[in-house]
Every structure is written in structure tokens, then in C-alpha cells.
Design a protein around this ligand. Structure first.
Ligand SMILES: Cc1cc2nc3c(=O)[nH]c(=O)nc-3n(C[C@H](O)[C@H](O)[C@H](O)COP(=O)(O)OP(=O)(O)OC[C@H]3O[C@@H](n4cnc5c(N)ncnc54)[C@H](O)[C@@H]3O)c2cc1C
Length: 328
């Protein structure tokens, strides 16, 4: 039996040479895994259960799934991958490295619990961490009235009192964007943004208020959602939503020194998809990137297989005759 014809599922996940290991079971990783398992590839998905949007109860802007709980999308996705013979391991990946043995180049994946897996290709779909401005009360309300993405969460708070909490350059542009969702909008400068005269004039001209007093605390209501902020001057502002720009930190430390597939390394065995490589990838974009990567991986594996089969095979009688003729 060739590698191609062996069963797709393996009980001993460490002994198996997987066609692909997908690291991360969010929208990007599950979509990669679904494409590859439907392509009848041997796929192991490794995930340790801390997706980026675990702080929110509902997903928005995901066609066909408007308002669905993020955990429900992951549950459905996992069931779909398992139905196509994909295998899951609950573990945290600590290291990835390429090894070349007599059998060609492989990727080795080590987990924090001391296990090692081997694959012909690895897709990293580990997402990112949002680093929020350091302000009391803010982190606890992340996803519960504090957000980054107006297109994800603006609509649910339309025409309600909202703020943009400045966090670096272009905070004024975030306020201009949010004006589409509410006329009751204030930019909390909070010493985090050098607001010039021209920017201030443009904001005011569009009806966006500017609050220059510092912010001491974000306040929660009884429902544990944002109810406002307390300013350094002692006043309280009633708000329903606060949008800010976190710093995006990709969860890819374990890739340091590893070649990633792209124009610089066109033959590398490691792909990166979703938020791990692109902080702008929302759920639908992550699903799309995952499906694209799944197709790319399948094609790369196929090219290896054609090369291996051709190298092993004797030239056919016709080929031998043609080459003999050419040599004469
Ligand atoms: C509060 C909030 C609300 C949002 N709302 C929306 C919305 O309404 N609509 C929308 O389209 N987008 C929304 N997003 C964005 C959405 O979360 C991302 O677009 C999406 O999660 C990206 O998918 P991903 O698969 O790249 O990463 P993730 O969904 O973060 O999945 C990554 C997976 O990798 C795993 N992982 C990480 N490191 C390791 C490791 N070392 N080993 C093993 N596993 C690992 C994690 O456990 C996780 O399951 C929101 C984000 C936030 C923070």
C-alpha cells in the first residue's frame, strides 16, 4: 500500500507522518483543515482552546452566520473536519522546525506537554493577542462594549452614545469612521494622541466631540457591559460602546528562524494564515485565507508526489526510444 492509499485516520498521532498539521482551530485553521480533509489528505489539527474572539457572545458580518456565537462556529467547523476524517489534539505548540531525512524534508512540531508530531506541511493559524491600552476597567469589558472593529460591532450600538479611546496615530480617523454609526460620538484623547488644530477642526465640523481630560476608569453596568467612563476631572460620561486600537501581537513566537512559504521562500513547508499573518483578517477573510492555503498545500504535496513517482519509475519503452534517437 502506498502512502496515498493508507487510511486517513491514525490512532497513534505521533507515529504518523501527517500530510499536514494545522496549528490552531479558529476559522482560519478549521477552513484549511476542511479543504485538506475533503481533498483526502491526512490532517492533524492541534489547538489549545484560546481563540481571539472568546470575549464576545456574538459574531457579526459573517455571511450566513450573522449573530452566531463564535464557539458555535468552531464547534460546527470541528465536527465538519472530523466528519471528513480529520484528527484533533488538544495541545499547545512550542516549537516547529524543518528536518531533512532520507525521506525528504519534513516539519517537526513539538508541544509543551512533550509530544512530537511530523508532517509534510504545516499551516500556522494561531491568531493574535490584542494588547489594549492600560486603563483600569478596560480589559474586563473587552468584547462587552469595548471593541476594535466598527464593522464587527458598530451596528449593534448605532445611534447610541459611543467613544473612541485614542491609542496612537490615526485615532481621529477611527472617530471619523465611527461617525457613520452614531452622531453621539466623542474622541477621548487621554494623552495618547497629538491632536493637531486641523484634525480638531475636521472632527468638530463633523459633529464629533473632543474630550481632552484624561480617562481614569472604564465603568461597568449591572449587566457587566460598558456604561461609561470616569474622567480625571471627576465627571462621568455615559457611553454604550468604546472603540480603540489595540496593538496586534501575532502568536507565532515558535516560528522564529523558520522559513515561511512566500515569495522569499517559495518552497518552504510552513504556511501562515488568518490573524497569525494578517491582523485585518476578520472571520470571513480568515476562512477564505484558510481555504486558499488548503488548496496551496494540497498542490505542493501533489508536486512532491509526482516528482517522487517519476524519480522512482523506469523510463517507458517509448521514452527510451525517443531519448536514444535524440542522443544519436
Ligand atoms: C472582541 C472581539 C470581537 C470580534 N468580533 C468579530 C466579529 O463580530 N466578526 C468578525 O468577523 N471578526 C470578529 N473578531 C475578529 C476574529 O476574532 C478574528 O478575525 C478571528 O478569530 C481570526 O481567526 P484565526 O483563525 O486567525 O484566529 P483565532 O480565532 O484566534 O484562532 C486561533 C486558534 O489557535 C490556537 N492557538 C494559538 N496558539 C497556539 C499554539 N501555540 N498551539 C496550539 N494552538 C494555538 C488558539 O487556541 C485558537 O483556537 C473579533 C475579535 C475580537 C477580539
Amino acid at each position: 500500500m502506498t502512502h496515498q492509499d493508507a487510511p486517513l485516520r491514525a490512532a497513534d498521532t505521533e507515529a504518523q507522518l501527517w500530510d499536514a498539521v494545522v496549528i490552531g482551530a479558529g476559522p482560519a485553521g478549521l477552513s484549511t483543515a476542511l479543504t485538506l480533509t475533503r481533498g483526502r489528505r491526512r490532517v492533524l489539527v492541534i489547538d489549545h482552546g484560546v481563540p481571539r474572539n472568546r470575549f464576545t457572545d456574538h459574531m457579526h458580518g459573517v455571511l450566513g452566520h450573522e449573530g452566531l456565537a463564535p464557539g458555535e462556529l468552531r464547534r460546527i467547523g470541528r465536527a465538519e473536519v472530523e466528519a471528513h476524517e480529520g484528527v484533533f489534539e488538544d495541545a499547545q505548540v512550542a516549537a516547529v522546525d524543518s528536518v531533512t531525512d532520507g525521506d525528504g524534508t519534513r516539519v517537526r512540531i513539538a508541544t509543551t506537554d512533550g509530544r512530537t508530531f511530523r508532517a509534510r506541511a504545516v499551516v500556522v493559524a494561531t491568531g493574535l493577542r490584542d494588547e489594549l491600552p492600560n486603563l483600569p476597567g478596560l480589559r474586563a469589558l473587552w468584547g462587552r462594549g469595548v471593541y476594535a472593529c466598527p464593522f464587527c460591532d458598530g451596528y449593534e450600538h448605532r445611534d447610541r452614545p459611543m467613544a473612541v479611546l485614542a491609542n496612537g496615530d490615526h485615532s481621529d480617523m477611527k472617530a471619523h469612521l465611527l461617525r457613520q454609526w452614531s452622531a453621539d460620538l466623542v474622541l477621548l484623547v487621554n494623552g495618547a494622541f497629538a491632536l493637531g488644530e486641523a484634525e480638531a477642526r475636521a472632527l468638530t465640523a463633523r459633529g464629533i466631540r473632543i474630550e481632552r481630560s484624561g480617562v481614569d476608569e472604564v465603568l461597568a453596568g449591572d449587566d457587566n457591559r460598558v456604561r461609561g467612563v470616569r474622567l480625571a476631572n471627576g465627571t462621568e460620561l455615559a457611553l454604550e460602546a468604546i472603540f480603540t486600537n489595540p496593538a496586534f501581537v501575532p502568536l507565532t513566537d515558535f516560528l522564529e528562524g523558520v522559513e515561511v512559504r512566500g515569495t522569499e521562500h517559495p518552497d518552504a513547508r510552513v504556511w501562515v494564515v488568518g490573524n497569525a499573518g494578517d491582523p485585518r483578517a476578520n472571520v470571513p477573510v480568515s476562512i477564505g485565507q484558510g481555504a486558499t492555503a488548503g488548496g496551496d498545500v494540497a498542490f505542493a504535496l501533489l508536486m512532491d508526489e509526482i516528482a517522487a513517482a517519476t524519480a522512482d519509475s523506469e523510463p517507458s519503452v517509448v521514452e527510451s526510444a525517443v531519448s536514444a534517437e535524440a542522443a544519436a
